[in-house]
Design a binder for this molecule. Structure first.
Ligand code: NAD
Ligand code: ZN
Ligand code: ZN
Length: 393
């Protein structure tokens, strides 16, 4: 089959790899119909090289049709249409019982001290081949795959794998008071959907980014936007819009920003550091230079407020303004989305004809699998208006 494979920094290819087969009684094989490219893939594309091996298959946002199931998989059958959560969890360990599916004890990677295994996310997360491919082997398929109705286009459902539960958790963790105000830093797919979830739940939303098309999309969905290129300090701009107090909560939907993107250039320009001096090695640099959004968020939140960190960070993050955080009484919450935990909230919304979260207005590009290298490039550089790129095998 064809699959998107990693070969080096900004070097991905579409290659022939062996078809996946059932290995465990709890496995399933899915024929992929759509697969998202995610901001998390950009970390692999740019800075996580030390953890990848040549030929690793990428992708963790797949959906498709069940092809084959192992004998212990009973809730889905060949022919069913399913979305596959990006974290692989067993559904019945201690962590899964607590609904902390991203920390599943059955699949966690003890060797590296990391949480639940992930599709397409390096040896750090179990070295499981990903879903930007024609077929996918799904471990723990007796629990993971989410059955969705036949008929509506893939875009109705594909974001249940990651974007929607991640955005939903970001808002849940933001712990907003009723009718509160949230500032969302980063208006990529995750930030866009976090804005829409917060609006749907009745909150006021201020969005910050420096990419025109992304600001425009957020504005279209009722978000008050701050163009980071136009203001001296986005946190100050948030305070100005909130009576000087700051937002009740902030969502950091940026994480470590790959330096190929326009906003990263801005961040580097203001810190006066050269991108390439910061790019390697990952464990030393990843946190240090890429905390712009988190620091701004800590500044933009009101006293006693919460900063919900959904953007991915790696390496050591130093320095954080600990005195300021302590004095303001800031709560920080973070982590990977516990995908399955939020599906009961989300499924009715994506099935609703009225499309309350606007899932049909997120993908800007649907590309054949062969064009994955182009898709990654425009998504990283924020070129051609790329906001969400879907690969269609
Ligand atoms: P993306 O790269 O498309 O979006 C990031 C956005 O942040 C870009 O639009 C960029 O212009 C903007 N940005 C950069 N620096 C900024 C700054 N200082 N202030 C404001 N905006 C800034 O990626 P995405 O797909 O939306 O993902 C966003 C983050 O969420 C990534 O770090 C990704 O790894 C992470 N993520 C986490 C989870 C989870 O489970 N927690 C799941 C999926 C994605
Ligand atoms: Zn993702
Ligand atoms: Zn488990």
């Amino acid at each position: 089959m064809k699959a998107v494979t990693w070969h080096g920094k900004r070097d991905i290819r579409v290659e022939e790899v062996p078809d996946p087969i059932i290995k465990e009684p709890t496995d399933a094989i899915i024929k992929i119909t759509s697969s998202g490219v995610c901001g998390s893939d950009l970390h692999l594309y740019e800075v996580m090289g030390p953890f990848l091996q040549q030929g690793d298959v990428l992708g963790h946002e797949p959906m498709g049709i069940v092809q084959e199931v192992g004998p212990e998989v009973t809730h889905i059958a060949p022919g069913d249409r399913v979305v596959v959560p990006f974290n692989i969890s067993c559904g019945d360990c201690h962590m899964c019982e607590l609904k902390l599916f991203a920390q599943c004890e059955t699949t966690q990677v003890r060797e590296h001290g990391t949480g639940a295994a992930l599709f397409g996310y390096t040896k750090l997360y179990g070295h499981v081949p990903g879903g930007q491919a024609e077929y996918l082997r799904v471990p723990q398929a007796h629990f993971g795959p989410i059955k969705v109705p036949a008929g509506p286009p893939d875009e109705r459902f594909v974001y249940l794998s990651d974007v929607l539960p991640t955005a939903w958790q970001a808002v849940a963790y933001a712990d907003l008071p009723a009718g509160g105000t949230v500032a969302v830093f980063g208006l990529g797919p995750i930030g866009q959907m976090a804005c829409r979830v917060a609006r749907h739940l009745g909150h006021r939303v201020i969005g910050v980014d420096g990419v025109g098309a992304r600001l425009e999309m957020a504005r279209r969905h009722g978000v008050e936007v701050i163009d980071a290129r136009d203001v001296r300090d986005p946190a100050e701009a948030v305070r100005e819009l909130t009576g000087g107090r700051g937002a009740d909560s902030v969502i950091d939907a940026v994480g470590m920003e790959a330096h190929g993107s326009p906003m990263a250039k801005l961040a580097h320009a203001t810190t006066g550091l050269l991108p390439d001096a910061l790019a390697a090695p990952l464990m030393r640099n990843a946190g240090v230079d890429r905390l712009a959004a988190l620091n701004q968020g800590i500044d933009a939140v009101r006293r006693g407020g919460t900063v919900s960190v959904v953007g991915v960070y790696a390496g050591m993050a130093d320095p954080l303004p600990m005195m300021r955080m302590f004095d303001k009484g800031v709560t920080l919450r973070m982590g990977q989305a516990h995908v399955k935990r939020w599906i009961d909230d989300l499924l009715p919304l994506v099935c609703d004809e009225a499309d309350p979260l606007g899932v049909l207005d997120l993908a800007t590009h649907r590309l054949p699998l062969d064009q994955a290298p182009h898709g990654y490039e425009i998504f990283q550089k924020k070129r051609d208006g790329a906001i969400k790129v879907l690969l269609v095998p």
